[in-house]
Design a protein around this ligand. Structure first.
Ligand SMILES: C[S@@+](CC[C@H](N)C(=O)[O-])C[C@H]1O[C@@H](n2cnc3c(N)ncnc32)[C@H](O)[C@@H]1O
Length: 224
């Protein structure tokens, strides 16, 4: 097992495939039917980049990932928790993951995850309305967003205004087709990038093809 350049993320070769892994916070339990590998008493969970945009970005050799052990992450659009479960593994016992979604039946699954993951809490909220939950949450080091909405950049910026620490990081999965199906995806990415640049430094933009069609994975940092 090798530590990758991203703390908390590992890789190993198996049958000519380079697998991505995290150290499991929940032992051999695999809620998502993912494979596990036991090495010297440590259990690692295999992370499938075809099921996770964050996994895809890492498989595509993302240069810098601001998610690391011990920090606090607000995850907007946590769905049933597949990617959040790996973020929770990376953060480790000293970190905190706030996983938010507005769909009641997926948040029920998130609550089940939090029973086994002491560094994770689940929230049933609309990410368009941070004023309804910001006061009950701590300021966060990083906001990860995957909501596939027309106004996804505006949703991220509203949350960053109320909850992201100064110089904190944002990670956005921009789905071009949710914003405008008629436009060339590259035009859409540039428009969203310009909106972000008013308040954020753009660290990197990565196209997620072939794992995810017409998605850009943007990492940015709050200017102040
Ligand atoms: C593409 S899925 C996220 C997949 C997840 N990030 C993963 O990798 O496992 C998008 C999620 O965003 C949620 N969502 C969309 N609009 C939202 C909003 N306004 N507030 C909160 N969640 C929202 C949806 O309910 C859905 O679960």
């Amino acid at each position: 097992m090798e530590q990758t350049k991203h703390k908390g993320i590992y890789s190993t070769w198996q049958d000519k495939n380079n697998l991505l892994l995290t150290k499991s916070l929940t032992g051999k339990q695999s809620r998502f039917k993912e494979d596990t590998i036991d090495e010297d008493g440590t259990v690692y969970r295999v992370w499938d980049p075809t099921r996770s945009k964050l996994g895809a970005a890492i498989a595509k050799k993302l240069r810098y990932l601001p998610i690391r052990p011990g920090i606090t992450v607000l995850y907007l659009g946590a769905a049933n928790g597949y990617t959040p479960s790996f973020v929770s593994d990376i953060l480790g016992e000293k970190g905190l993951l706030i996983a938010l979604d507005h769909t009641a039946w997926v948040v029920r699954d998130l609550f089940l995850l939090t029973e086994k993951r002491s560094n994770m809490i689940a929230l049933l909220e609309d990410a368009r309305k941070p004023s309804q939950y910001a006061k009950k949450l701590p300021k966060v080091d990083c906001i990860y967003q995957d909501v596939a909405q027309r106004d996804q950049t505006e949703i991220f910026m509203k949350n960053a205004d109320s909850l992201l620490k100064p110089r904190g990081y944002g990670i956005l999965c921009i789905k071009a087709r949710s914003i405008d199906v008629t436009k060339n995806p590259h035009e859409v990415y540039q428009t969203e990038r310009s909106k972000l640049m008013k308040k954020f430094e753009i660290i990197s933009m990565l196209n997620l093809n072939p794992y995810e069609k017409d998605h850009s994975f943007i990492i940015c940092r709050k200017l102040k």
